[in-house]
Design a protein around this ligand. Structure first.
Ligand code: PLP
Length: 400
């Protein structure tokens, strides 16, 4: 038989979502007449905004006419979308449209970006973490080179620069799963650390649209020096409901440099080369839809959706805190990171909540060892479901 990539054997942590799905299925059988409230997976709960649907339909009709048909598009994305992003999201931040690479979402970007770096490089990854950073680096053979960045009560549930060297560091802000965001000073500290260590920061900014605090930047390029050390990944998934359409982008400033076989090289030019080799781009209607989310009407409609998710997060957090739970996040993020009460383990409390209140959460231990003792609630839901959940948890017994 053929030898396969041996590093798959290093993936030891069980993936939580299939286990949750199974428990959800069992719960449905046990309580067929009860509405199960799912605050588990961070998927959208509202339909696509009308401006997005209209643009997508228009683009599809265009493709059905011989006068305006579209075949393969540019690997790095259509100029209409790259320029709309540069003008809207990066206005005044010195990012040009050719530094923006369109993709099918941040998941692929954070998974693929590590191909730029040698297999023996040292990688800083938060714990708890969005699992893709860890798993893709393990598959690439870097398990022994991973340096854990703790996100605990002591660090305000965000990563802090390590004393040991890393070549690349994944940051996620607002953070999934802890819901906390890096402040301007904290991000500036990371930029200085990266300059000192000649490291590259990969910022997963999938939840940038949820930032409401003045001291939390909406882009790392607000920080002086970031253009020399940081790659930023953003997504239309959570800002505009594109989880089913698929579109995101990665910003690679031309000032980011590294060496290839000892000779200085631009990271941007390597990524442009890699994109040309590996991608045939994102579909035209999807890119038109993404462009529409940045139009005046699109922005208004999608901002209303984000505001509703944030109101949900705040209502859920307030209700949980009134009940005696210790909660974090939920201000610049749709996620609430909740300390498990009475010294229970994450999975035990997950089961307890499911069995007593028919509420689905995600056990914090599924995001890393340091997530043990927490559960994550997602506020991608409706106001009605949040109120119903709060009524149900009224009767449970809690002490942090
Ligand atoms: N990054 C983080 C931190 C996420 O939480 C998610 C989805 O939940 C993603 C990336 C995936 O983004 P996309 O849908 O653009 O692939």
């Amino acid at each position: 038989m053929t030898d396969l990539n041996p590093f798959f054997a290093d993936l030891k942590r069980p993936y939580v979502f299939p286990i949750i799905e199974q428990k959800l299925e069992d719960c449905r059988k046990r309580y067929p007449d009860v509405q199960i409230l799912n605050f588990g997976i961070g998927d959208i709960a509202l339909p696509l905004a009308p401006a997005i649907v209209e643009a997508m339909v228009r683009a599809t009709i265009e493709m059905g006419q011989s006068s305006s048909l579209r075949g393969y598009g540019p690997s790095e994305g259509y100029s209409f979308l790259r320029s709309a992003i540069a003008a809207n999201t990066y206005q005044g931040l010195n990012i040009s449209q050719d530094e923006i690479f369109i993709s099918d979402g941040t998941n692929s970007d954070v998974a693929n970006v590590q191909e730029l770096f040698p297999s023996n490089c040292f990688v800083g990854i938060p714990d708890p973490t969005y699992p893709v950073y860890l798993d893709t680096n393990i598959i690439a053979g870097r398990e022994k080179n991973i340096r854990i960045l703790p996100c605990t009560n002591e660090t305000r549930f965000v990563p802090t620069p390590p004393s040991e060297h890393c070549d690349i560091v994944y940051l996620c802000s607002p953070n999934n799963p802890t819901g906390e965001a890096l402040t301007r000073d904290e991000l500036a500290n990371w930029v200085s650390w990266a300059q000192e260590h000649k490291a590259v920061l990969i910022l997963d900014h999938a939840y940038a649209a949820f930032v409401t605090s003045d001291n939390v930047p909406k882009s790392i390029y607000e920080i002086p020096g970031a253009h020399e050390v940081a790659i930023e990944c953003k997504s239309f998934s959570k800002s505009a409901g594109f989880t089913g359409l698929r579109c995101g982008y990665m910003v690679m400033p031309k000032t980011l440099k590294g060496t290839v076989a000892g000779a200085p090289n631009s990271i941007h030019s390597l990524w442009a080369k890699r994109t040309g080799i590996k991608s045939n781009g994102v579909s035209y209607p999807v890119q038109r839809a993404a462009e529409a989310s940045l139009s005046e009407a699109g922005k208004k409609q999608t901002e209303e959706q984000v505001a509703l998710y944030l109101r949900n997060a705040q209502a859920l957090k307030k209700g949980l805190e009134e009940k005696g739970f210790c909660c974090f996040g939920g201000v610049n993020s749709p996620y609430i990171w909740c300390a498990v009460p009475n010294g229970m383990k994450s999975w035990d409390f997950f089961d307890y909540l499911l069995n007593t209140c028919q509420i689905i959460s995600v056990p914090g231990s599924g995001f890393g060892k340091l997530g043990e003792g927490f559960i994550r609630f997602s506020a991608f839901s409706t106001e009605e479901k949040i109120s119903l959940a709060l009524k149900r948890i009224e009767n449970i017994c809690v002490s942090c």
